[in-house]
Design a protein around this ligand. Structure first.
Ligand code: FDA
Length: 399
């Protein structure tokens, strides 16, 4: 005996639940299957428990993909304003924290409750703790699934099982396995929005600086982000670091502008005129944590002698060397902390294989792929949930 549905959705996370709402509202008989014992676990831990559910500044250029045009259609059709309207209809209080990032006032549970209420309202069925053992296309169309709860068949299948980040939370490479089985190409997955690690020799120089926060602009591969960065006992973290990590590739450097609000050479020369007796370390400590500034110049271009010299005793040429290091502190990460702490997986099912309007695989009619499983990765700040909502909507309206 098998149970038939119009649409089966694999994954009761953000994208799967959202797709279910819209397929259900269209009158489709929908079943959502998840191997976890609870739905939406990542939603609950997101945004420090308050879920940064979208961003006022959502626009396609804030998403990474081998095809940067791919997300345009889905984001345009159902973007941040449509999601905010739903949140408002449910009376969920929210606030903008910074940089357009919208968070729940109370808890991420509000977002999950909203999704589950909408699913119930749309008649969506939910099977939890249900392991998929086999998955195949049926002759004449449709899909058959062998699961720990028995056999299910469906006309359409929406793959919403997310990416590889945080395996402890139940993340799996299932979407990539299914893609391989159906011959869909995959853009090589990699951890993104993830802290950097240093080589042991670099860590020896920075270990005692652990916990120091800096303000700067961090750049890599043409992308630049101005936000805090943080020295950790493994390397570097903080919002600006997480952002550039999505653009970084092994072996590349990142550049940090530690004097982001001005021209350091001009500023230091002006200070030399105004306060000739002030030591370099004193004026640097007014802009940077003192221990960090001393370490930077102890181990790099200048040597300790200069840092304790009064500005009046320094040549303009030396001030320019100090300035160029301040504007372009170059760091070569040894690696990242990997999927253990990465907020998302970049890469995934190649968008070349999918319709940007329906998320349906061009070569497998009826199979749709949504959310993090797709090679579309947003910036930090609510962009990844917005991709889950937008891609989920696109598939839910079509499947
Ligand atoms: P998601 O991972 O949400 O859901 C996948 C579902 O599939 C899960 O329920 C899983 O159990 C299920 N599944 C996996 N394998 C399966 C299998 N083999 N069989 C059946 N089911 C299976 N983003 C953002 O925009 N704002 C934020 O505040 C945050 N905060 C944040 C914090 C932390 C700690 C992390 C790790 C991530 C974030 N993110 C975020 C990213 C965001 O959580 C992520 O982009 C979305 O959850 C992706 O939604 P999906 O539905 O694609 O996958």
């Amino acid at each position: 005996m098998s149970s038939h549905h119009d649409v089966i959705i694999l994954g009761a996370g953000a994208a799967g639940l959202y797709a279910a709402i819209f397929a259900g509202r269209r009158g489709r008989r929908v079943l959502v299957i998840d191997h976890a014992d609870k739905p939406g676990k990542k939603i609950l831990i997101s945004g420090g428990g308050r879920c940064n559910f979208t961003n006022l500044g959502v626009e396609p250029k804030r998403f990474l993909s081998a095809n940067p045009h791919f997300p345009i259609s889905a984001l345009k059709r159902h973007g941040q304003h449509e999601f905010i309207a739903l949140v408002d209809r449910h009376g969920i209080p929210w606030h903008e924290k910074k940089l357009g990032q919208l968070f729940c006032d109370r808890s991420a549970q509000d977002i999950l409750d909203m999704l589950l209420a909408e699913c119930a309202d749309a008649g969506v069925g939910l099977r939890l703790s249900c392991a998929v053992r086999d998955l195949a296309r049926e002759e004449g169309g449709g899909f058959a699934l062998e699961t720990s709860h028995g056999r299910f068949t469906a006309d359409a299948l929406i793959l919403a099982t997310g990416g590889l980040s945080i395996p402890k939370m139940g993340a799996t490479g299932f979407a990539l396995e299914v893609a391989a089985r159906f011959g869909l190409p995959v853009v090589e997955p990699r951890p993104a929005l993830v802290p950097f690690t240093f080589a042991p020799s670099d860590l020896d120089k920075t270990r005692d600086l652990t916990g120091i926060a800096l303000d700067g602009t961090v750049a890599c591969d043409g992308a630049a982000f101005r936000e805090a960065l943080l020295l950790t006992h493994r390397g570097l973290s903080g919002p600006s670091i997480l952002q550039v990590s999505s653009y970084w590739r092994p072996g590349r450097d990142i550049q940090v502008d530690l004097w982001p609000d001005g021209n350091a050479a001009a500023d230091l020369k002006a200070l030399k005129r105004e306060r000739p007796r002030a030591e370099l370390r004193t004026v640097l400590a007014e802009r940077l944590p003192r221990r960090f500034a001393e370490r930077l110049f102890e181990t790099d271009v200048l040597g300790e002698a200069l840092i304790s010299r009064p500005l009046a005793d320094m040549k303009d040429k030396d001030l320019e060397r100090v300035a160029s290091l301040l504007h372009r502190w170059t760091v070569r990460p040894a690696g990242t902390e990997g999927y253990r702490t990465a907020e998302v997986m970049a890469g995934g099912v190649d968008t070349a294989a999918l319709s940007s309007k329906t998320m349906e695989a061009k070569s497998v009619p009826g199979l749709h792929v949504v959310g993090e499983a797709v090679d579309v990765t947003g910036w930090l700040g609510g962009y990844n949930f917005q991709w889950a909502w937008s891609s989920g909507y696109a598939a839910g309206m079509a499947a």
